[in-house]
Write a protein that binds this ligand. Structure first.
Ligand SMILES: Cc1cc2nc3c(=O)[nH]c(=O)nc-3n(C[C@H](O)[C@H](O)[C@H](O)COP(=O)(O)O)c2cc1C
Ligand code: SF4
Length: 411
């Protein structure tokens, strides 16, 4: 069926973010590709991001690049290190060949780690004490970061951003949401400190701001520096939409080039991130017993929430009203009507996760008028596909290539 093309939509106009201009406003949101082995991206990673770039996005995001081996959440996660660069370059070149930009999501997991004790020195966090996630990995206790730890981890983010620049990336996205280390500082659920890094929201933002400032100083003239954070944590006692707007003001004051407006926390409120719970019939068993146990416990504790399009719009509007810097809306974008609404409401970009897993060429389809609504059913089964041999894929299509996913990108 032919439908009117969206080519004249604002979403197809270029967008400038600091030193970077994107060809359009469609960004592939970071979705852990399950396509790294032993800290290196695989050929399947190259294939995935190349298909997104060929499919029309302005920028694609390589998820989950850890700034240090200790900062990994999962054992195979990409680690930003000199030896990784040759492999990352393959990913970046494949993306840029098609006229898109590449962003590296850079993270430190803090206490949100499934590494066994022998693989990491200690699970750092804003505060010490019992470590919920560590129940599954044997890391029962987390450790409050000292001033020296803070400086060390900030320098790791800087080194990671410099390495991303060396690999040819056009942008870095600092992960400040979902329960990773930087959000463990921002969240009152995790941050119980009594020093200048804890207490008020302003104090809780001090360390993430310091990281942002140092990364901007190091690479901000060459790369766009984005922050992805949780505009609401979706759980009692956590940051709410008003906090989300206040956080945006602080990140804007620090000089971020764009904010990516996600929500929710990995342990406490995944359904806030995804806008829906994981239906029982769709729960896929992974090969990883720890992850199975984690998913089971979480599913038990979360109320059932039905998906709706643009499910984070109400909270995102609070942020839009509070700041002037570019904002990328994320959460349940799945039709041209939704995208037009977001452009009309003043969002500068749309970040899409599941829709682009289902149809990597969705942007081209919109542009040509061959599609208007995504085929994604928001079933969330792709989340468990992360742990399959072929890596993350949509269950409506073919699984990833397990052989390509066993070979390092530049091998
Ligand atoms: C399979 C999968 C993996 C994800 N992995 C990440 C990740 O590594 N980092 C991240 O910030 N968000 C991750 N997310 C969350 C997405 O970036 C996005 O916030 C969420 O899917 C909502 O956007 P959507 O409605 O467009 O899918 C993941 C989502 C999915 C579906
Ligand atoms: S697996 Fe389900 S939620 Fe994921 S992309 Fe496919 S249809 Fe969408």
């Amino acid at each position: 069926m032919h439908v009117p093309a969206a080519a004249d939509s604002t979403a197809f106009q270029p967008l400038t973010l600091g030193p970077l201009t994107l060809r359009n406003r469609f960004i592939k949101a970071a979705t852990n590709e399950g396509a790294s082995r032993g800290g290196l991206p695989t050929k399947q990673m190259v294939r995935l991001h190349e298909s997104l770039a060929a499919g029309g996005v302005g920028m694609t995001t390589v998820a989950y690049c850890s700034v240090s081996a200790d900062g990994r959440t999962l054992p195979d996660q990409i680690v930003l290190a000199p030896d990784t660069l040759v492999h990352l370059r393959r990913v970046v070149e494949a993306v840029q060949r098609h006229g898109a930009a590449a962003s590296a999501q850079i993270t430190h997991g803090g206490c949100f780690t499934f590494l066994p004790p022998q693989q990491t020195a200690r699970p750092l966090s804003a505060s010490g004490g019992f470590n919920k996630v560590g129940v599954m990995s044997g890391m029962w206790r987390k450790q409050a970061m000292s001033e020296a730890d803070l400086q060390q981890v900030a320098s790791e983010f800087v080194r990671g951003a410099r390495l991303a620049r060396e690999a040819g990336f056009n942008a870095v996205e600092l992960h400040m949401g979902h329960g990773y280390l930087l959000s463990q500082f921002i969240s009152p659920l995790y941050n119980k400190r009594h020093d200048q890094y804890g207490g008020s929201l302003e104090n809780r933002l001090r360390f993430p701001r310091l990281v942002l400032r140092q990364v901007l100083d190091a690479v901000g003239k060459d790369l766009a520096v984005l922050c992805k954070y949780s505009i609401t944590e979706g759980v009692r006692g956590g940051n709410n939409g008003e906090d989300g707007a206040a956080i945006a003001r602080m990140l804007e004051a620090e000089g971020a080039h764009m904010l990516v407006l996600s929500a929710g926390m990995n342990v406490e409120s995944t359904s806030t991130t995804f806008g829906s719970t994981f239906p029982k019939e769709n729960r896929v068993k992974t090969g990883n017993a720890l992850v199975n146990a984690a998913m089971f416990l979480k599913n038990l504790s979360e109320p059932t929430i039905a998906f709706r399009e643009l499910y984070l719009l109400e909270q995102a509007r609070l942020v839009r009203a509070a700041v002037k810097l570019p904002l990328a809306y994320i959460g349940g974008v799945k039709s041209l009507d939704g995208i037009e609404q977001l452009m009309h409401e003043g969002f500068d970009a749309v970040a899409l996760g599941r829709v682009l897993l289902a149809e990597p060429d969705y942007v081209n389809k919109l542009h040509s008028g061959t599609s208007r609504d995504s085929i994604c059913t928001a079933c969330n089964r792709c989340v468990a596909m992360m742990y399959t041999p072929g890596g993350t894929s949509c269950v409506l299509g073919a699984p990833g290539d397990a052989l390509l996913n066993s070979q390092a990108a530049a091998s």
